[in-house]
Design a protein around this ligand. Sequence first.
Ligand SMILES: NC(=O)c1ccc[n+]([C@@H]2O[C@H](COP(=O)([O-])OP(=O)(O)OC[C@H]3O[C@@H](n4cnc5c(N)ncnc54)[C@H](OP(=O)(O)O)[C@@H]3O)[C@@H](O)[C@H]2O)c1
Length: 211
Amino acid sequence: MTTVGIIGAGHIGSALAEGLVARGYDVVIANSRGPETLGDLIARLGDRARAATAHEAAEAADWAVVTVPLKALGDIPAGPLSGKIVLDTNNYYWERDGRIPELDEKRTTTTEMAQQHLVGAKVAKAFNHIPAADITTDGAPAGSADRRALATASDHSDAVAHVTALYDEFGFDTVDIGSLAESWRVERDQPAYVVRQNADELRANLARAER
Ligand SMILES: NC(=O)c1ccc[n+]([C@@H]2O[C@H](COP(=O)([O-])OP(=O)(O)OC[C@H]3O[C@@H](n4cnc5c(N)ncnc54)[C@H](OP(=O)(O)O)[C@@H]3O)[C@@H](O)[C@H]2O)c1
């Protein structure tokens, strides 16, 4: 049985938890306020889910998802995630996260920042350009006409393979952008950001991205 640690129990964290539980994964999920505040979510998710602290979720995880506001990235426990594949859904909203000069000056990407913080983890960008509600509702079987595609990027090929298999389980095609340094192509305000697109359209939108 695979246990997924999900750090962040908001829109994306809870949608992913729902989708994962439905596919037979065990989920350990955390927020900032403590496991006792996640009772309603756990009741909805059922026996395959439990609430924990972020540290416990990271420790229990075979692989993990970090889905908190970017400004909280520094709080994510790096030690217990070392050696594990970690999916990062982050986007930069300066209105929420405060100004981050490295991003404003295009010197890094949000997921490079996650990789830099999560030393030893294998970080992949995932699920960052799909509205939370679509994660469990817009998937379609492989080969379906106009199947929605999602992008990933990582410096670790096994993390890309992992995300590709997971996207397929959720009903999405994958477009691999390449290294984390290239992942700006699917960040906020780029053509591929939060629009419904199939794989050809996503590839075209990534190619049209301008930094
Ligand atoms: N919403 C979308 O459709 C969407 C789509 C794609 C990507 N994203 C991106 O994905 C990330 C998460 O988005 P969201 O909409 O799910 O956010 P959200 O609904 O605001 O939820 C954020 C979650 O992170 C938790 N959190 C905050 N600080 C934490 C910390 N220090 N330790 C542990 N947990 C912490 C919050 O816990 P508390 O509530 O206890 O504070 C909450 O459960 C953001 O970067 C967002 O830009 C969002």
